[in-house]
Each structure stands twice: as structure tokens, then as C-alpha cells.
Design a protein around this ligand. Structure first.
Ligand code: MG
Length: 275
């Protein structure tokens, strides 16, 4: 089915409990986050069993890193993704481990925040980042996997130029419209025009723009931020996107569940309006 709904989730407290909870919400796909706790033959067997029991499809594996810190813009610049030199080697190894893990689960796609791509290509950090992402793409290509960069920490033109400079056939974009707003990096709907050919995953997330310099904006329940969700979904379908609509709500507990269910209702209404 085109555009199945999905959910960003961990595998806590266990793969079977989590996938059953997702099944109960009526959501047929998930993006799971890479957690070395489950990266063992027992862990992989437990995930496979949970997938068989629930019929839920794992569409992608999100990789984040020990030491990533999203407190404010300067901290994100210093700590997140593959940009910081001091942690690049260990994070590359984590991505490669995650790729081997994904292959055992037949998950065809890894996503990550690579960090702030320098807006200026003459920045000394730029060529190293291009080389690092090439290395990741080449490793994932050996397993037939795509590598999708999550949007938002740079403008769409900068991301587009970077994709061209990396120049690898398995490089893609995971389009998160809220991040563009949260980081003050432009309007997501026009950005889709530029990035559409590379989009092979999305996060259905919403947010309000930052109100102070160097601060991030505020994540909001889907439909309550600045994204204009109905228009964004219409645009996504219009540019030919047929992949999952993966809901992301970065809070926890019952409030998260209620927000996810409301997001599901909103997305279903958007999809039926488009028919
Ligand atoms: Mg996201």
C-alpha cells in the first residue's frame, strides 16, 4: 500500500511489547532506533519474532550517537553527527555496526543526523564530511542499503549541493519538515521541490520557529505547529512520494501516545482528502 503510516520508536521495554503496542494503535510500519542492547543473535531473534507476530514492517533504522546534544544551536554544531572530528571514527564504526544489524533484519535503509553541513563549501570541515559520507554510503552499498540524511540542520540548497558533492547512488533524504522550522532553516514546503528526487522517508513532525538567537524552536503535536500538515502532505503526494508517513513525537508516556493517535487521525484525513 502506498504511504502506509509509521511510527518512530525504540524497542523498549522489549521488541515484542513495543511492536504489539504499535499494532494496537493501528500503525503498520516503524522506524526503529539502533540500540546495541539488541545487537546480538538473541536480540535479533527477538525482533524477528516480534515482526512475525505483529506483521509490522521495519522500514528504516535511525542511528544516533553517544554524546549528541540538542540543547541549542552552538551545542548541536559541536556535538551532533559526523561533523565533530574527535568522535567521527567511533561514530563511523557505530554506523557500520548498525548496517550489519539492519541487514540481518532486512531493513533497507539507515538514517542519521550527520550534523551541521557547513553552508560554505570552502570551510575546511566540508571535504572531510563529504569523504566520510562517501565511506558510509560505500559500506551500506555492499549490503544493498540506502543512507538517508535527516533534514533540518542546514538549508535545502546546502543539502542539495552536499548530495551532489558526495555523488553516491544510495544517498537519500529523510525529510523532517519540523526540523527546518526548529532550526530556522527555511520553509519546508518549498524545500520539498528541491529535495523531492532524493526523499525516500519522512518524519511527520511539527514545530514552532525559534524566538531567540541560537535557540531551537519548540516541537509541537502534529497539526499544532508551523508546518501546515495538510498542505505538506498534499505536496508530498504531488511530487510522487509513496513511502511511509512516519510519525515522530519526541516526548514520552501517555501524552506521546495520545499525540501519536491524534497525528494518525490527521494524516488519515489528509490521505483521504487527496483521493
Ligand atoms: Mg526527525
Amino acid at each position: 500500500m502506498a504511504n502506509p503510516l509509521g511510527l518512530v520508536c525504540s524497542l523498549q521495554p522489549s521488541p515484542s511489547q513495543k511492536l504489539r503496542a504499535v499494532q494496537e494503535m493501528g500503525i503498520p510500519t516503524v522506524q526503529i532506533s539502533y540500540d546495541p542492547q539488541w545487537d546480538s543473535s538473541e536480540g535479533i531473534a527477538a525482533i524477528r519474532q516480534a515482526v512475525r507476530d505483529t506483521g509490522i514492517e521495519i522500514t528504516s533504522l535511525a542511528v544516533s550517537y553517544v554524546g549528541d546534544n540538542y540543547k541549542d544551536v552552538p551545542t548541536v554544531r559541536e556535538t551532533v553527527g559526523l561533523v565533530p572530528e574527535a568522535t567521527r571514527g567511533e561514530r563511523l564504526e557505530r554506523l557500520k555496526a548498525a548496517s550489519r544489524f539492519a541487514a540481518q533484519l532486512n531493513v533497507p535503509r539507515l538514517t542519521t543526523h550527520i550534523g551541521y553541513i557547513p553552508e560554505d563549501a570552502s570551510d575546511a570541515r566540508y571535504p572531510a564530511l563529504v569523504e566520510t559520507v562517501r565511506e558510509v554510503c560505500d559500506e551500506l552499498a555492499t549490503r544493498g542499503q540506502f543512507f538517508a540524511l535527516e533534514t533540518g540542520q542546514e538549508t535545502a540548497p546546502t543539502l542539495l549541493r552536499f548530495i551532489g558533492d558526495v555523488n553516491r547512488a544510495n544517498l537519500r533524504v529523510n525529510f523532517d519538515p519540523a526540523n527546518m522550522i526548529l532550526y530556522g532553516n527555511g520553509e519546508p514546503i518549498p524545500a520539498l521541490d528541491l529535495l523531492a528526487p532524493w526523499v525516500d522517508g519522512v518524519h511527520c513532525k511539527d514545530g514552532k520557529a525559534p524566538t531567540e538567537p541560537d535557540k531551537l524552536g519548540r516541537e509541537m503535536p502534529l497539526g499544532q505547529g508551523d508546518v501546515d500538515v495538510p498542505r505538506w502532505i498534499e505536496k508530498l503526494l504531488g511530487v510522487g512520494y509513496r513511502g511511509p508517513l512516519t510519525i515522530e513525537r519526541e516526548i514520552s508516556g501517555d501524552e506521546q501516545k495520545q499525540d501519536v493517535l491524534r497525528a494518525k487521525t490527521l494524516l488519515e484525513a489528509c490521505l483521504s482528502a487527496s483521493k
